[in-house]
Design a protein around this ligand. Structure first.
Ligand code: GUN
Length: 291
């Protein structure tokens, strides 16, 4: 079994980005700038956004964190977005999801200038991605492609089973892996909560992408030998032995499934760190697109 080490791979990518940033600054006096907007005080969201901002510092980007209170109105958030859209200093920005219930997420995403939408969530960018045109590929699917690429995991002609149809991971992942691209050309089955006989399907998979957010959902008896496992799940489970009061669990029962797998991502340290590295990559791209 080979561990798909997202921590190490993302560190390599960040190093590559840092070199490019130093070069951009030296030759053109340009520094990429990412802004992140967070509404409310959800613990996990704050942790993720802080990690994104910290990663910016590490590669030499400028970053701005805009923290808005939980009771921010949709109109106020739209106003913040219109300011970021026209701010020439900002190359790209993200609005951390989920948003409080009283805000229409789709309306917010549609208000972001697609050229600055480094999350790749705007319908214009999702459409371009689906057509295999150059665009910002969302950080999590982009990170998974990169991880498979750097570990030389063959996808061409393989049967990939994606579990979960979210807009952020499952749906784009299924589209990308079926496309004619270096990491692609797979036969893809997209499964979800209404899928019947899931186990019959996962047992046929060469590669499984688990993205449903149910801790340890995928068990050893659901996978065949030599399978490749990408675990996107990251659920906080209360654990009094931990200083933080919780531990992180993926969607895959790692102990038992790893015994059968050829390649597998750990949680934490798999897909999560890759997501941050690819967000930086998209921000660098947004910056270079302006030159
Ligand atoms: N919430 C969970 N994942 C993401 C992500 O990739 N981007 C944003 N903006 N919010 C998220």
């Amino acid at each position: 079994m080979i561990l798909l080490d997202g921590k190490k791979t993302s560190a390599d990518i960040k190093e590559e980005i840092a070199l490019e940033v130093a070069e951009l600054r030296r030759r053109k006096d340009i520094t990429p700038h990412l802004a992140a907007v967070i509404v409310g005080s959800d613990g996990a969201s704050i942790t993720y956004v802080n990690a994104k901002v910290k990663a910016c510092e590490r590669v030499g980007f400028e970053s701005s964190l805009i923290r808005l209170p939980e009771d921010t109105s949709e109109e106020e958030l739209l106003n913040e977005i219109s300011i970021l859209n026209v701010d020439n200093d900002i190359d790209g920005f993200i609005v951390q999801l989920p948003l409080p219930k009283h805000i229409d997420e789709q309306k917010i995403i549609m208000a972001i200038d697609p050229e600055k939408d480094v999350d790749g969530f705007h319908p214009t960018n999702v459409g371009k991605m689906a057509l295999n045109l150059p665009t910002f590929i969302s950080a999590t699917p982009f990170g998974i492609l990169e991880l498979l690429d750097r570990y030389n995991v063959e996808t061409s002609g393989k049967h990939v089973v994606v579990i979960g149809r979210s807009h952020i991971v499952g749906s784009p992942m299924s589209i990308l892996l079926a496309q004619k691209r270096k990491i692609g050309n797979a036969t893809v089955t997209l499964t979800h909560s209404r899928t019947k006989n899931l186990k019959e399907i996962t047992l046929q998979a060469d590669i499984i992408i688990a993205a449903i957010g149910i801790p340890e959902f995928l068990k050893a008896d659901m996978v065949k030998d030599e399978v490749t496992i990408i675990d996107v799940g990251i659920t906080r489970v209360p654990d009094s032995r931990k200083k933080s009061g919780y531990r992180l669990l993926g969607d895959v029962a790692f102990e038992e499934v790893s015994k059968k797998a050829a390649f597998i991502t750990p949680v934490p340290g798999g897909v999560g760190p890759m997501t941050i590295a690819m967000l930086l990559k998209n921000t660098l791209l947004a910056c270079k697109n302006k030159i």
